[in-house]
Design a protein around this ligand. Structure first.
Ligand SMILES: Cc1cc2nc3c(=O)[nH]c(=O)nc-3n(C[C@H](O)[C@H](O)[C@H](O)COP(=O)(O)O)c2cc1C
Length: 384
């Protein structure tokens, strides 16, 4: 893993290690991928202010997220099907995050179940909830998350209708992955992945399998899941979830200041400015463009987090300077996972941490609390 100098290196390693259909599922965005590109382009367009002759020998990246101390303000975002990128992927990612002292968020549509992950780690993790059409099942997910000791529920609100990735249609991306004449050669060239995932125990939706009455076969499970995203989900459902959940509640997928204001009126503790990594509304604004106005609107009421497009520690620094309390990473850790399981995720986190630390030093900041808009050159509080 030491050979990987950057997240880009981990990405190349993963591309070589896992089937093409899966790599494109991870790396891709919806439709023409305009928002996927915009997330990164907006970060790239922000310039940092180089400052010199400040003693930065004693730097600390420690911070708090939702009242908990973290070793640095980075968290792993919920990503469905991580357990197909690497066998037992969610367990590996959670272990790596906890060893690094940062939060891990398990997706509703994970391969390892809530119970699988809880049994494999020692500390609480966060759980991401999709409110599904089957409200009884949704309620049971919330109860299971509480029962295994999750302390934070992340309710994703930007996927009541699913955006489409063209590559998934072309590749016939399926859960569980199937060996077909079209992908046989590709899979044969990835024997390690095939041995781990195809021959492994867990390759279906772990939180759902065996839990939904009348849905048994693996095929019907995937179809059931796709049908369960609920276009009726509304603000009322946030109150319903709140009534069922005693811990921290975070809304993920807020991109508009008006929605942020409405969210902050409810009893929630945080929100994540996100366009789902460019996987939902193609043409939506980048996270960096949306963040400053949302921080200005509600930053004194709830903790505002952000995700989208992070590939370096300097990206993390820019989001923090734009006002985020913490930064979630999706693909960056999945590339580590595909490249080398828990060690790969640990490497991805270490790369971002080290780069953040250097970025802080060279902008004259020794502590996370010192990162403010002054870190940015020019008027970067508004990003087009
Ligand atoms: C492969 C993949 C699967 C994802 N699955 C989920 C999911 O199950 N739930 C969710 O709320 N967000 C999901 N997301 C979105 C991430 O939580 C996050 O918003 C996004 O990855 C951030 O962008 P980045 O990948 O550029 O860091 C997924 C993202 C990816 C790349």
């Amino acid at each position: 893993m030491r050979l990987a100098a950057s997240i880009a290196d981990l990405r190349s390693m993963t591309e070589k290690a896992i089937p093409k259909a899966l790599f494109e599922y991870v790396s891709g965005g919806s439709y023409e991928q305009i928002t996927l590109r915009a997330n990164k382009a907006a970060l790239d367009a922000i310039a940092l202010r180089q400052r010199v002759l400040v003693d930065v020998s004693e730097r600390s990246l420690a911070a708090t997220m939702l009242g908990r101390r973290v070793s640095c303000p980075i968290a792993l975002a919920p990503t469905g099907l991580s357990g197909l990128v690497h066998s037992d992927g969610e367990i590996h990612a959670c272990r790596a995050a906890q060893a690094a002292g940062i939060p891990y968020t398990l997706s509703t549509v994970s391969i390892c179940s809530l119970e699988d992950v809880a049994a494999a780690v020692d500390a609480p993790f966060w759980f991401q909830l999709y409110v599904m059409q089957d409200r009884d099942f949704t309620k049971s997910l919330i109860e299971r998350a509480a029962a295994v000791g999750c302390d934070t529920l992340v309710m994703t609100v930007d996927l009541q209708v699913q955006g489409q990735r063209y590559s998934d249609i072309r590749n016939g991306m399926s859960v569980p992955p199937r060996l077909t004449p079209g992908n046989a050669l590709d899979i044969m060239l990835k024997p390690r992945w095939a041995l781990g995932v195809l021959c492994g125990k867990r390759k279906n939706f772990g939180n759902l399998a065996g839990r939904v009455a009348g849905v048994e076969g693996v095929r019907s499970m995937a179809e059931w899941t796709a049908r369960q995203y609920d276009p009726t989900v509304s603000w009322r459902d946030v109150s319903w979830v709140r009534s069922l959940w005693k811990g921290n509640l975070v809304l993920k997928g807020i991109l508009d200041p008006e929605d942020a204001r409405r969210a902050a009126e409810l009893d929630i503790q945080g929100l994540i400015v996100s366009n789902h990594g460019g996987r939902q509304l193609d043409g939506a604004v980048s996270s960096a463009a949306a963040l400053p106005e949302i921080v200005a609107a509600v930053g004194d009421k709830v903790e505002v987090f952000v995700d989208g497009g992070v590939t370096t520690g300097m990206d993390v620094l820019k989001y923090l300077a734009l006002g985020a309390r913490g930064v979630f990473i999706g693909r960056a850790f999945l590339y580590g996972l595909g490249a080398g399981g828990a060690a790969g995720v640990a490497r991805a986190i270490a790369i971002l941490r080290d780069e953040l630390s250097v970025g802080m030093a060279l902008t004259g900041r020794a502590a996370i609390a010192e990162i403010d808009p002054g870190v940015l050159a020019g008027d970067c509080s508004i990003v087009d």
